[in-house]
Design a protein around this ligand. Structure first.
Ligand code: CP
Length: 309
């Protein structure tokens, strides 16, 4: 039996290097199929989505991925229009969705929400973003993008810049990178440094250095992963205003980078990458978003088919 069949995807920490490589291989396979072959993968299956926080890419890429492999989607993207407004609990809402669908994706502001949902759901649960903790399918998409665009992950020098305190994609990406032989530079203002409680495990697998000055490593990087400062997670707007605009990747910065370096961003972007970078050959964040659809199609295909893809 395919090892991903009926598996929850809650944390990137639950995946070995070998399993990540299998997902990359399946994604490549899905990308090579023609549309009619692709539509056979999850014919008649239903994806249920529950979003307690806003989303563009994660929800729509899952939706688009499911349609491309022959399934359909239903769900709640605006929680204010659901019975949550009448006081229905997360537990009951998840139970309902698991009755109406074959696989469930959940985005929720609380850490631990997806783990909790997986315990009450009758169907597999995919964490589509839980608090400041994890966004595992984004990390798989990020690793896949690096592999496709740089032809390898091992041996690369990777800079991660921006809001490392609140950005859940950063924690999932770092845990995923822990499976590979990479040098990581973490670049952030002092107040947005990575949370030490969350990096206790990551430190056992991954060497990283921390700096507030991007110039310390810029010319040496193969990949620069830029993140948004997460205004909505600051307890105090004054604190946000102090760090707003700390780093802006512009054409001047690109000129100081290796010619074949790539710029990634999980998106949405606010002002941390100037729009004139979009037309450079280094900008790969829109390709990254597109790979997300294929990675998610592969994940759904593996979770919903006993014999795999
Ligand atoms: N990268 C990401 O999670 O984007 P959305 O918030 O638009 O889903």
């Amino acid at each position: 039996m395919n090892e991903f069949y009926n598996k929850d995807i809650i944390s990137i920490k639950d995946f070995s290097k070998d399993q990540l490589e299998k997902i990359f291989t399946s994604t490549d396979k899905v990308m090579k199929l023609n549309p009619s072959e692709r539509r056979e993968i999850c014919k008649g299956k239903i994806l249920g989505y529950l979003f307690y926080e806003p989303s563009t890419r994660t929800r729509l890429s899952f939706d688009s991925a499911m349609a491309s492999i022959g399934g359909t989607s239903l769900g709640i993207s605006d929680i204010s229009s659901s019975s949550t407004q009448k006081g229905e609990s997360l537990s009951d809402t998840v139970r309902m969705m698991s009755i109406y669908s074959d696989v469930l994706i959940l985005r929720h502001p609380l850490d631990g929400s997806s783990r909790f949902a997986s315990e009450v759901s009758e169907k597999p649960v995919i964490n589509a973003g839980s608090g400041t903790e994890e966004h595992p399918s984004q990390a798989i998409q990020d690793l896949f993008t690096i592999k496709k665009e740089k032809k390898r992950i091992d041996g690369l020098k990777i800079g991660i810049v921006g809001d490392l305190k609140y950005g859940r994609t950063v924690y999932s990406l770092l845990s995923g990178l822990g499976n590979f032989d990479v040098d990581v530079n973490l670049i952030s203002p002092e107040s947005l440094r990575i949370r030490s409680d969350s990096t206790y495990e990551i430190k056992k697998k991954l060497d990283f250095t921390e700096t507030p000055d991007i110039e310390d490593c810029l010319d040496d990087l193969d990949v620069l992963y830029v993140t948004r400062i997460q205004k909505e997670r600051f307890p105090d707007e004054e604190e946000y205003l102090k760090v707003k605009g700390s780093y802006v990747v512009g054409l001047d910065m690109i000129k100081r980078m290796k010619e074949d370096s790539i710029i990634l961003h999980p998106l949405p972007r606010i002002d941390e990458i100037s729009s004139d970078v979009d037309k450079t050959k280094n900008a790969r964040y829109f390709e990254q978003a597109e790979y997300g659809k294929h990675v998610r199609a592969a994940l759904l295909g593996m979770i919903l088919n006993e014999n795999g893809l």
